[in-house]
Design a protein around this ligand. Sequence first.
Ligand code: Z15
Length: 792
Amino acid sequence: ESGERKAKVEKMFGFMDAFLKNDSFSLQKDILDHVEYTVARSRFIFDDFEAYQGLSYSVRDRLIERWHDTHRYFKKKDPKRLYFLSLEFLMGRSLSNSVINLGIRDQYADALNQLGFEFEVVAEQEGDAALGNGGLARLCACQMDSLATLDYPAWGYGLRYQYGLFRQIILDGFQLEEPDYWLNFGNPWEIERVHVSYPVKFYGTVEEEGIQGQTIKVWIPGETVEAVAYDNPIPGYGTRNAINLRLWAAKPSDQYDMESYNTGDYINAIMDRQKAETISNVLYPDDRSYQVALQINDTHPSLAIAEVMRVLVDEEHLDWSRAWDITSRVFSFTTHTVHVEALEKIPVDLLGNLLPRHLQIIYEINYKFMEELKSMIGQDYDRLSRMSIVEEGAVKSIRMANLSIVCCQIVNGVSKVHLDLLKERVFKDFYELWPQKFQYKTNGVTQRRWVVVSNPNLSSLISKWLGTESWIRNVDLLAGLRQHVSDPDLQREWKMVKKVNKARLAEYIETLSGIKVSLDAMFDVQIKRIHEYKRQLLNILGIIHRYDCIKNMETSDRRKVVPRVCIIGGKAAPGYDIAKKIIKLCHVVAEKINNDADIGDLLKLVFIPDYNVSVAELVIPGSDLSQHLSTAGHEASGTGSMKFLMNGCLLLATADGAIVEIMEEVGADNMFLFGAKVNEVPALREKGASLKAPLQFLRVVRMVRDGYFGFKDYFKSLCDTLEDGKDFYLLGYDFASYLEAQAAADRTFVDPEKWIHMSILSTAGSGKFSSDKTIEEYAKHTWGIEPCKCPF
Ligand code: Z15
């Protein structure tokens, strides 16, 4: 029957290469049809949001077309596939990215114009898909874009949270959290697959059964939840390929608590069903949490290890060694942290209750591993217990990272420094045992979203000077900008682009806060999750120092001050008290400085609320300088720095994470570096209270402590973290060199030619930090997959 239908459809429509046409008339008609029939508004009267909806549905149709072709082609060629598992994907908006990757942005802009709308305005209507916290989650989104663009046969798998990352509201300078109702206005970018669903089992018991003289383990689950698929097409750039990001939503299962129905407790049975949905209800808002919790962290694929073993052994009846052989060859593991405390552990009691069979399997894996290890290293019990997958102690728990390392052939870090730290500290014992397992792949970001979508002016400028748009797929070509770096025409145009972007950002700041900022000032930006190790506090203390210096200056000297607009943005985890105090401090300092008539345009401080992907797309192109201040040895990689670098913003940074490799690419003299080095930090900490902070530092901390900005009692605990001997993140030690780096930035800024020069070289040197590079490395050296390009 389907063969017949296919023949019929082919006869009717076979003369078309695709059903959907991209000429202006067809696009206008498609938009209007969707406004009328999908959105159910009149095609004669609709607003910007409805235009966004109609437009998005028409783009979605085109995505689906490519998605089908790609998957049919993958099926036909049947190459090795990659399944990319992550609990978080921070996709942001889809509209602009999609039409650019499909190559039909201008056609759509024109079609909209004909209908009396403006593309930029309509695109602004879209909310962010914020199914993730920070770096790790955005990295996955960038990598999906690269996988699609480079034609790899890949699938992403994640969770479709009903509520994404909380909205940050600032009230009187304090952070408040509001739920992110991102699905309330519909989501044109997903396709619900009601028929693609799987039962997921929990609780219950494991029983033994004899079959043909053998005993096998049978898990009798206590509860079942249904996982329903939602597909999100991810289009590649310059290719017909569109891959799939499949997000699972938890729904009550049909079998759910039948007993209660039968016993007549109908209402309670229905209420109980809602419990199932809570699994994918809300994203856990703790970036790199130090608590123990099941559904967070970068070791989460490790539960999948036990699940694959269970399916192979219990359901497919493979013997253990065959199952282990397969499992250990399909998984690979990327770790994103340097903090031993952040490695995920699951209490045995919890796991045994929730997933009893999985716990048994993990015990079995560990038993075999311990036997093997003993045969290799003998009776070194300390080392054996350090390496064991099971941690004895007050709370007996499973070390998910150890499980992952034991199982996977390859363990990846996210930057060169990160790998060194993994070898020397975090996973030292394992490294000595299996040095060949440990590798790193430098993180990267996609130039499609972070330059082409977010900075169209710079994008055109680059294409003009390189004489090609090919850098959008082949990022190595950016290096070609170096040969024009001294060309006054390029310099002038480069400066113009920056100015236009700064004007856009200034407008945004004014609407947000009413603060007017001068475009001649240096826009100095720090945007990322608020975390002690990222040291937003160092930035704020530096700003207080700057303010204090200006106040104490002779009026005649003030002419020499380089005007600054300091911009800070980021969310604090709702339970992270110190981080929330840092946000409040930023606001009280801003209040003081911005209202000091004496200071005027010399210094402004702006906190941008509700920092997210879309805000980043606006802020990054408009900044001159960006700050990456993590105490050396704490940032596994850092990817924000790469987005700024590509956009020609200069970096003021410590030699931590990926910054070390950025230094190699753009040269240390094109950046403002400061602070203790990774290998110096442990010895500095050892010095404890004998490591004295400089006077300038004591002075600014004192100002906060004494209530110069108000809220004296509230800031006490924050100031306490900075006392000699307690200053774990070494703000005091790094303060002097931080101020020097800031002064160097000022001196450079007053030499615009020099600044532009450095700026162009930053973009030119950013090629290594495209996620295209990272993905190619993973494909070759970890996953063993090849491109599979769907013909146009
Ligand atoms: C997260 O965003 C990162 C690490 C984590 O362990 C968790 Cl739970 C969340 C970040 C790193 O902090 C950052 O340095 C890195 O660039 C990013 O992952 C991507 O690898």
